[in-house]
Design a protein. Structure first.
Length: 326
């Protein structure tokens, strides 16, 4: 009888191992169906261009269609909520911009956290801003602008493309560092903001290089700084704010790819590997450059750390400035 028990136990264990191996062998290799990229914008613009480019390259690499799903609304919160609540299987991803780390400080009672509720895949790109002044503003560099603003006792004005966005926060950060005041004039986009800067009705503006460079080249505005940590190759003659006496000042418009929290590490690894490869491509670099952005990849851990640091950085600026979302 004992022998029979032992024999039965051996059969049971062997059968279990066999079935386990069958399950492992039958587990599909990701991906086996189309992948959805949820974008927080309408078609057109930088996020859409990068999303379509990365999506097409991943389609080619993974042999599965990447479908771009535009979900504008709530300053990017709608798209983030969709992905945060999606099944963590790697088939619903979020391609978001810098507002991913900013919105928790702008909006009350968000249903998601940009770190807790997402698995980082990779950073995709960076783009600095230009600090431009109208032709009627005599300042030739940042220190002269700050001195002028202080002399006018808060009467200087600056445009932005919307309250709480980076073109607004860029000046707020400088105001806190350099200790001066200026009046914020928000617009709905770069085009209307530039109309008033060019007309001399507003003194300064922080546009992206893409939107600002044509006006700089025309001579109608003057670029006195670039917001990156090092000079931008597209405007090598424009010094950084750090060079001009404001060490540590850096503002970048960035795009990155995220999955829902608890997505399989293997899925994240697959996605990261392919994203890093495609961002190293000369073709991708050239197409991104056409949209004014520089391809920048990262490890998942690096992206998570970056989002945490950006969230903390802008949270302090927003709290100090008393900024709230419209």
């Amino acid at each position: 009888m004992k022998t029979n028990y032992k024999f039965s136990a051996i059969i049971a264990i062997s059968s279990g191992l066999f079935l386990s191996n069958l399950v492992i062998a039958a587990e599909p290799v990701y991906p086996v169906k189309p992948i959805r990229f949820v974008l927080p914008v309408s078609p057109g613009g930088g996020v859409d261009a990068v999303g379509r480019l990365v999506g097409q390259e991943l389609t080619n690499a993974l042999k599965q269609q990447v479908i771009v799903d535009h979900r504008p609304g709530g300053g990017g919160n709608l798209a983030a909520e969709i992905v945060a609540n999606a099944t963590p299987d790697g088939y619903t991803l979020l391609l978001n911009a810098a507002n991913h780390a900013i919105n928790p400080s702008l909006y009350k009672n968000l249903s998601y956290d940009p770190v807790r509720d997402f698995s980082s895949v990779s950073k995709l790109s960076d783009q600095p801003y230009l600090f431009v002044v109208g032709s009627g503003v005599p300042a030739k560099d940042v220190k002269e602008f700050v001195a002028l603003a202080k002399s006018k006792q808060g009467a200087m004005t600056y445009a932005s493309v919307g309250a709480g966005l980076l073109s607004h926060l860029s000046m707020e950060l400088l105001k806190h560092i350099a200790k001066f005041e200026a009046v914020h004039v928000p617009y709905k986009g770069a085009a209307p903001a530039f109309l008033d800067v060019l007309a001399g009705r507003v003194d300064a503006f922080f546009p992206t290089i893409t939107s600002g460079l044509p006006h700089v080249k025309s001579g109608r505005v003057r670029a006195i700084a670039v917001t990156s940590g090092k000079r931008a190759s597209i405007v090598p003659d424009v010094p950084t704010l750090a060079e001009q006496g404001y060490p540590g000042y850096e503002v970048l418009s960035w795009y990155a790819l995220f999955a829902p929290a608890k997505t399989s590490p293997q899925v994240i690894k697959t996605l990261n590997t392919e994203v890093v490869k495609l961002l190293a491509s000369q073709v991708v670099a050239e197409r991104m450059a056409a949209n004014g952005v520089e391809p920048v990849s990262s490890t998942p851990a690096e992206l998570t750390a970056y989002v945490k640091s950006e969230k903390e950085k802008w949270g302090k600026v927003i709290k100090q400035s008393g900024i709230t979302a419209n």
